[in-house]
Design a protein around this ligand. Structure first.
Ligand code: ATP
Length: 296
């Protein structure tokens, strides 16, 4: 039982090591096949009970809405309605994950809110219910709650757990372009034929932890529309791929963050030194087996 009035909860960003679009659905969403992996880059949320009813959100990043559009607000509101009220709450987001960058920043904030509010107010909702509520708010939220590695189908919300990659060095590179996911899917031409086995092959490398096999088969169909519009991004990808110790590089989600899987930490550090003054965000991190965690 929680007896404090404040809780700190952090949510890790995700990358997609594989992303293919299977088809468009009648409701306008797309069915996808994807492999998610958590990385050790996180936003920290401070949740504080307050006497006055209602939900307030503030964030250190100026581009993040703090009204009802914020996914954190939506997550807290959904929990409030599910349990029939829990008093008032102030939520502060310390944003470290680049915004609109394909790293699920908003989704992982929502996942952290679901877990944090459940704990702070001692609501006792099981993971399955949190996942259901999250899935109604955003396709990536069930994975962000879960963390580690998973094969996602449906709109990315139907998850099969995979064995996470242990502490693989990852460089995240974002050249500062913000991309709205919907605009990417709107421009996407789904190929008439697709290699149906490719996702299964990549998935199988997780069973043996074959990082080379994974790195050689990185794939994201969404690179096509994004690179068409942002030619510098494909040049940047090409340049990253030539760095010493780079096992593979890919755009994450709907972009525009590129991630590079690196042979070891010293190669990662060298790669970071090469790019850090040329892009707006360059971060040396590792794969993580955790989605959300409550800070002491
Ligand atoms: P997605 O793939 O889910 O579209 P993303 O990972 O590319 O997202 P986010 O950082 O989640 O990017 O931001 C997408 C948009 O969501 C932003 O432009 C922002 O207006 C809105 N948003 C709502 N809540 C949040 C939040 N807590 N953090 C960041 N962005 C948020």
């Amino acid at each position: 039982m929680t007896t404090t009035d404040t809780i700190k909860v952090s949510g890790n960003a995700k990358i997609n090591l594989y992303l293919d679009v299977v088809g468009k659905r009648a409701d306008g969403y797309h069915n996808i096949e994807t492999i998610f992996h958590s990385v050790a880059l996180n936003d920290e949320l401070i949740l504080a009970k307050r006497a006055k009813k209602g939900i307030s959100v503030n964030c250190t990043h100026p581009d993040v809405p703090t009204d009802k559009q914020n996914l954190v607000y939506k997550a807290a509101q959904a929990l409030y309605e599910t349990v029939g009220g829990f008093g008032g709450i102030d939520i502060h987001i310390n944003k470290r994950i680049p915004v609109a960058a394909g790293l699920a920043g908003g989704s992982t904030n929502a996942a952290a809110t679901l877990i944090g509010v459940n704990e702070l107010f001692d609501l006792g909702l099981p993971d399955k219910v949190l996942s259901q509520i999250g899935g109604q708010l955003g396709a990536d939220i069930p994975f962000c709650l879960h963390g580690g590695a998973a094969f996602g189908t449906g709109i990315g919300d139907v998850l099969e757990t995979l064995r996470p990659l242990q502490d693989i060095s990852v460089i995240l590179i974002n050249s500062g372009i913000q991309i709205q996911t919907k605009s990417v899917f709107d421009k996407l031409h789904i190929p008439l034929t697709r290699n149906e086995n490719k996702g299964i092959i990549v998935k199988s490398y997780f069973e043996t932890g074959d990082i080379t096999g994974i790195a050689e088969n990185l794939f994201n169909l969404l690179e096509i529309p994004v690179f068409k519009k942002n030619t510098n991004l494909s040049k940047l990808k090409n340049e990253v791929s030539k760095q010493e110790g780079c096992l593979g590089v890919l755009m994450s989600g709907s972009g525009a963050t590129l991630f590079a899987l690196m042979e070891n930490d010293s190669a990662a550090q060298q790669c970071m030194n090469y790019f850090k003054n040329r892009v707006s965000f360059c971060f040396n991190t590792q794969t993580s087996c955790i989605g959300v965690f409550i800070d002491d």
